[in-house]
Design a protein around this ligand. Structure first.
Ligand code: FAD
Length: 503
C-alpha cells in the first residue's frame, strides 16, 4: 500500500471531457496500471462540441488497445460501418465518386490498376474507377462483408473499414470505462489556470466554486478554446484558411431512413459541402462553409433543404479556424483534440489525430523533469502529421473542374503548399505517386482514388505500354467482374450489424 501510494504521486490532470478528454482518460488509465493517477475536469454547463461521427479504419487500433469489443461499440454508440466516403458534386455538378478504404484492383508487373485506368478510360470508355475497389462496390450496394474469418457463419473477407457513431454516446461509453479503471471525474468550470512563477509550468486549475485541482502533467482537452495551451501558455495558432476556406459549420440530426448506408456522403455546395452519416438511430448531417461566401442563415437553408427526414433539433452552429497550434506540447501541458488544432471535417481525421496524439504521448511520456528532447520530438511529429493531412484535404478543393461560384473558382486556382504542388505535377505527368515516409496517413490508394475522382488531368505511366492493350483491358474487366460478383453475395449492412450485435 505504502509503495503504491508513493508511485501514485504522478498526477495526470485532463482538462475537458469531450471525445478527446475521454479517449485520453480511457486509454491512459487502462495502460498505466501503477504509479499514475488520472483526473478529468469537465463542465456539464459548457458541454462538448457534440459533433464528430465519422472515423477512419485506424480507430480499430485505439478500440483494441482500450479493450473495446466491436459488438459493444455497435450497441452502445448506435454505430454503423463505414467503408469509405462518397463525394458528390466535387468534380463537377452531377458527378459522384467514392474514396473507399483499402486496396484498389490488382497490379500487373509493378504497375498499379489506376495506370491501366488512366491509359484506357477514354478510348475504351471505361466506367468509374470505383468499379475496381471492393469497398466501393459494397458501399454502393449498402452491403457489408465479414472481416472475421473465425466466424464461419459469415463470409470471410479482409476489409478495411471504420465506424460512424454518435459522438456523445462514444464519449459517455468511454467515460464509464475510464471511471471503472479509476479515473476521478471532477465536475466544474475552470475559471483560472495557475502557473509556477519561475518555470511557467501549470501548477493548478481553479474551479468556479474555489476548488483547486493540481497535477504534474496537464492535458488540455478543452476544445477549440484551448484554455491551457492557448489561454494560459499563450501558444499561437497557424491559420490555414487560405488553403482550407471553410470556417463555419452547422450540424443537425434527422430521422433515419430504411437504407443504412455504410459510407459517409459528402455533397459539395456552392461555398462548401454537406455531410450525411447514417447511424442506427438517426442520420447525422451538417454543412461546412466559408463565412466569406455564405451567411449562417443561407447555409442553414441549404442544409435543411437537403435532409432525408425530419430534423430532430435546431442546427447547431460551430465556428473554427482551420489550422494548428505552433506547438501541441509546451512546458507541462499537452494539447489533444481541438485545442491542438482542427483542419475541417472532410475525410474525418480529427478523432484519428486525437488517437495518434495519445499514442505519441504514451511513447514519449515525460519524466518529472519534462526533458526538452521528448517535447521537441512530440512537436516535430505532430507538425508533420497535421501538414500531411492538410495537404490531402487541400487536394480535394484544388483538383476540381468547378468554377461555377467564386468559392470554387478560388479553390481551383489557389496556390498550394510546395510538397502538394509537386505531388500533383508528378501524378499529372505519369500517374505516379510515392509515399515519402511511413508516417503519412493516407496511402497511395487513397490519393489515387481522390485525384482520379476529382477529375485530375493525368497521363498514364509510359511503362504501361509493356502490357498489350487487349491484355490490359482483359485485366481490368476481370477485376471489375470478380468484385461485382463477390459484392452481390454479401449481406446487407443492416443485417450484418444485427448479426454482429446478436439481435
Ligand atoms: P469538445 O468536444 O469541445 O470538448 C471540450 C471539453 O472541455 C468539454 O467537456 C467542455 O465541457 C470542457 N471545457 C471547456 N472549457 C471548460 C472550462 N472552462 N471548464 C471546464 N471544462 C471546460 N472529427 C472526426 O474525426 N470525424 C468527424 O466526422 C468530425 N466531424 C466534425 C464536424 C464538425 C462541424 C466539427 C467542428 C468537428 C468535427 N470533428 C470530426 C472533430 C471532432 O468533433 C473533435 O475532434 C472531437 O469532438 C474532439 O473534441 P474535443 O474533445 O477536443 O472538444
Amino acid at each position: 500500500m505504502g509503495a503504491d501510494t508513493k508511485q501514485a504521486d504522478f498526477t495526470i490532470t485532463i482538462a475537458g471531457g469531450g471525445t478527446a478528454g475521454w479517449m485520453t482518460a480511457a486509454l491512459i488509465s487502462r495502460l498505466f496500471t501503477r504509479g499514475y493517477k488520472v483526473r478529468l475536469v469537465e463542465s456539464d454547463a459548457i458541454g462538448t462540441i457534440g459533433v464528430g461521427e465519422a472515423t477512419i479504419p485506424a480507430i480499430q487500433i485505439y478500440n483494441q488497445m482500450a479493450g473495446i469489443e466491436e459488438a459493444e461499440l455497435l450497441r452502445h454508440t448506435q454505430a454503423t460501418y463505414k467503408l469509405g466516403i462518397e463525394f458528390v458534386n466535387w468534380r463537377e455538378i452531377g458527378h459522384s465518386y467514392m474514396h473507399g478504404f483499402g486496396g484498389v484492383g490488382q497490379d500487373l508487373l509493378w504497375l498499379h490498376t489506376h495506370q491501366f485506368f488512366l491509359k484506357y478510360k477514354d478510348s475504351a470508355r471505361l466506367g468509374s474507377f470505383d468499379d475496381y475497389a471492393f469497398n466501393c462496390a459494397l458501399a454502393r450496394r449498402n452491403r457489408m462483408a465479414s472481416p472475421d474469418k473465425r466466424n464461419p457463419a459469415l463470409p470471410a473477407y479482409d476489409l478495411e473499414y471504420a465506424y460512424h457513431f454518435d459522438a456523445s454516446l462514444y464519449a459517455a461509453f468511454l467515460r464509464r470505462r475510464a471511471e471503472m479503471q479509476g479515473v476521478e471525474r471532477i465536475e466544474g468550470r475552470i475559471v483560472s489556470v495557475e502557473q509556477d512563477g519561475e518555470s511557467g509550468h501549470v501548477t493548478q486549475l481553479t474551479l468556479e466554486d474555489g476548488r483547486k485541482v493540481g497535477g504534474d502533467l496537464f492535458i488540455d482537452c478543452s476544445g477549440i478554446r484551448g484554455l491551457l495551451i492557448g489561454g494560459a501558455l499563450g501558444v499561437g495558432y497557424d491559420d490555414w484558411s487560405s488553403w482550407l476556406p471553410c470556417d463555419r459549420a452547422l450540424a443537425v440530426p434527422c430521422e433515419p431512413v430504411e437504407d443504412l448506408t455504410p459510407y459517409t456522403r459528402s455533397t459539395a455546395h456552392g461555398a462548401g459541402w454537406q455531410w450525411r452519416i447514417a447511424l442506427q438511430h438517426r442520420i447525422g448531417n451538417g454543412i461546412v462553409y466559408s463565412s466569406s461566401q455564405k451567411s449562417d442563415d443561407e447555409a442553414a437553408d441549404v442544409l435543411l433543404a437537403n435532409l432525408d427526414g425530419k430534423p430532430l433539433k435546431d442546427p447547431l452552429p460551430v465556428r473554427f479556424t482551420p489550422g494548428r497550434r505552433h506547438k501541441a506540447w509546451e512546458k507541462n501541458v499537452v494539447a489533444i483534440g481541438l485545442s491542438a488544432g482542427f483542419l475541417e471535417p472532410l475525410e474525418s481525421t480529427s478523432i484519428h489525430l486525437i488517437q495518434t496524439a495519445i499514442f505519441r504521448l504514451i511513447a514519449l511520456f515525460p519524466r518529472r523533469t519534462f526533458d526538452a528532447a521528448d517535447i521537441d520530438e512530440y512537436n516535430r511529429q505532430t507538425a508533420f502529421e497535421y501538414e500531411d493531412v492538410r495537404d490531402f484535404l487541400i487536394a480535394h478543393y484544388k483538383v476540381t473542374k468547378r468554377e461555377d461560384t467564386p468559392f470554387w473558382a478560388y479553390c481551383k486556382h489557389m496556390d498550394v503548399p510546395e510538397p502538394l504542388a509537386e505531388r500533383l505535377a508528378l501524378f499529372s505527368s505519369s500517374g505516379r505517386f510515392f509515399q515519402h515516409v511511413k508516417a503519412e496517413l493516407f496511402r497511395e490508394e487513397s490519393w489515387v482514388q481522390v485525384l482520379i475522382g476529382q477529375g485530375i488531368d493525368a497521363r498514364a505511366d509510359p511503362m504501361i505500354d509493356l502490357i498489350p492493350e487487349q491484355q490490359a483491358l482483359g485485366h481490368l474487366k476481370d477485376i471489375a467482374e470478380v468484385i461485382e460478383d463477390n459484392a452481390e453475395r454479401m449481406a446487407s449492412h443492416r443485417d450484418y450489424i444485427a448479426a454482429r450485435i446478436g439481435k
